[in-house]
Ligand binder design. Structure first.
Ligand code: MN
Length: 547
């Protein structure tokens, strides 16, 4: 190992007793680290063991102003002891990094940039959301950060680049975790101010001869340039360096160094890990789904003729936010009547009419995980006969598809989709549709059945439709039928749309529907709309204070 690594080992060894004490006091139920292919220096308190107790100057910092994000010491109402983000412990974050490095060659270097603040206009910023892969490996929620993992046969070293604490900046923009916090709380072996990113990365690259895994954005070639045109492969780094304070020479030197290396995609490697959810992740995703499910039920009861789609969306956001959701996982689709024929209808500005159905595709993000649920319900609280028939048809397809969501079925997403197409064809024929070529898959059911779900709504894009589903994946199942007013379709179904979407945790021989609490059976949907699921008949007063 290089000299800095040895120094880190020595520092850790001296701290061994404190570290062990902290492991037991911080962890709610510490999981033994997964067996590793590598020969780590010390099982008990190697440089890789997390979490460690705050030590030195960090000790005693209990004020909520001391870190850049909630932690158990400052926000015990949000985080249990040992957790870095809701439901996910520092130990689990370390296991993720270890699993990533174990997939790669000795001497490999992994470099992953965090997210940057995005602006709506001028200096008016959007609420920050951390880059998914960086967040998955660190739980660190500050912008302008980066992670470098450099590996050897002994294990790996973690370098976290972030902002130093700066009283003036913190006065305006809130607390930062700072360099000490990055080491003591987030488990970095070394923490470096982001302005030194280029320089420090170069020296790490010199110490390691293996491939360099960097997060390649899937962009077309860009003309972004500081000295000469670059390809998409280096875009994120140039973006990062150009505003991180790195000088032009430094950028050129680093790019020159990378040009000579075996450069590969880090995202692809991290995304393979993200596909399979741990028990802790499944629990957080269940919480996210529960929050969204409760809000869907609230919207069903709230809806009535005269309200607008926008008011339903606001009601949904209110209820998820009140239950602790961070944000919406995506811009919701709320289409009443024929508006629902537009699959990505986002205007959400039409008044609801008596006799129509509303399609609401909405889900919150909670604890860093997305939820994604669609329900279709009647504005008036009761389905018409045609609406009932269409709803029951889609529901049968949805429930049948869910029963195939287990690893032993050995099905790919594409194969699951084919099953849904065949089932939908049968249902449509039973409803009296005479299908012409292209009607089914281009008009009546024009989208795909499923996608993986997790930190991202499409979690992750690198999972191919022809890959088999595995135990631990969470996927959506979302069949639908969309009937435009074409003469050869039965008139009674014109302009009717039904989509039903659930989140399904795939297991070896069965599955768990995480969104089980969003009313779905026809009788339950009507009862929910009518207030009967709350035990009280009648619609909710839309202007009444909601709880
Ligand atoms: Mn979806």
């Amino acid at each position: 190992m290089s000299t800095p690594a040895v120094r880190t080992l020595a520092r850790q060894a001296r701290r061994a007793p404190a570290c062990l004490a902290s492991c037991s006091s911080l962890s709610r139920s510490p999981q033994p680290p997964a067996p590793s292919a590598r020969n780590y220096a010390s099982a008990a308190c190697a440089p890789l063991s997390h979490p460690r107790a705050p030590a030195g100057p960090v000790q005693g910092r209990s004020s909520a102003r001391s870190f850049g994000q909630p932690l158990p010491s400052t926000h015990p109402h949000l985080l249990a002891p040992g957790e870095l983000t809701p439901g996910i412990t520092a130990v689990e974050y370390e296991q993720r990094r270890r699993r990533l490095v174990d997939r790669l060659e000795d001497g490999a270097v992994v470099v992953i940039a965090g997210g940057k603040t995005k602006y709506m206009s001028q200096n008016i910023f959007y609420r920050f959301r951390q880059a998914s892969n960086f967040w998955y490996l660190t739980g660190f929620e500050e912008p302008d950060s980066a992670l470098v993992l450099d590996s050897s046969e002994k294990g790996y070293r973690m370098t976290l680049f972030c902002k130093s604490k700066d009283p003036y900046d913190e006065l305006w923009n809130g607390s930062k975790t700072g360099l000490e916090g990055a080491r003591e709380v987030f488990g970095a072996d070394e923490s470096v101010d982001s302005v030194h990113f280029g320089r420090r990365l170069q020296s790490i690259l010199q110490d390691r001869s293996g491939p360099v895994y960097i997060d390649l954005p899937p962009l077309s070639p860009t003309t972004f340039s500081r000295t000469r045109p670059r390809t998409s492969a280096t875009r994120s780094f140039l973006d990062y360096l150009s505003s991180g304070g790195s000088k032009k020479d430094e950028v050129d030197e680093l790019m020159g160094a990378l040009d000579k290396r075996d450069v590969r995609s880090a995202a692809k490697e991290v995304e393979r890990l993200r596909l399979i959810k741990s028990d802790a992740e499944a629990k957080v995703m269940r919480q996210a789904a529960d929050i969204s499910s409760a809000a869907h039920a609230k919207v069903m009861r709230f809806a009535r003729p005269g309200l607008t789609e926008h008011q339903l969306v606001s009601h949904f956001a209110y209820h998820t936010s009140m239950r602790g959701a961070t944000r919406e996982a995506y811009v919701p689709v709320c289409g009443s009547g024929e508006q629902a024929l537009t699959i990505h209808y986002l205007d959400n500005n039409r008044p609801l009419k008596q006799g129509e159905m509303v399609l609401l595709d909405a889900g919150c993000e909670f604890g860093g995980y997305a939820s994604d649920i669609t329900r279709t319900f009647p504005v008036s609280g009761s389905f018409s006969t045609a609406q009932k028939h269409l709803y029951e048809a889609v529901l049968r397809v949805e429930k049948a598809c869910i029963t195939h969501c287990h690893a032993s079925a050995n099905l790919s997403l594409e194969e699951l989709h084919r099953i849904s197409v065949d089932l939908t064809r049968t249902e449509l024929r039973d409803l009296g549709f005479h299908l012409r070529g292209g009607d089914l898959e281009r008009v009546l059911y024009p989208h795909f059945l499923t996608h993986p779900l997790g930190v991202d709504l499409h979690d992750t894009m690198s999972f191919g439709r022809n890959e088999k589903i595995e135990a631990g994946m969470v996927i959506t199942i979302e069949p639908g039928i969309y009937v435009p007013p074409l003469a050869h379709f039965p008139k009674g179904f014109h302009n009717l749309v039904v989509r039903i979407e659930d989140e399904v945790l795939v297991r070896d021989d069965d599955q768990v529907v995480l969104s089980i609490n969003a009313p779905k059976e026809l009788a339950d949907v009507e009862a929910c709309c009518q207030g009967l699921l709350d035990g009280v008949a009648g619609r909710e007063d839309p202007w009444e204070q909601q709880k």
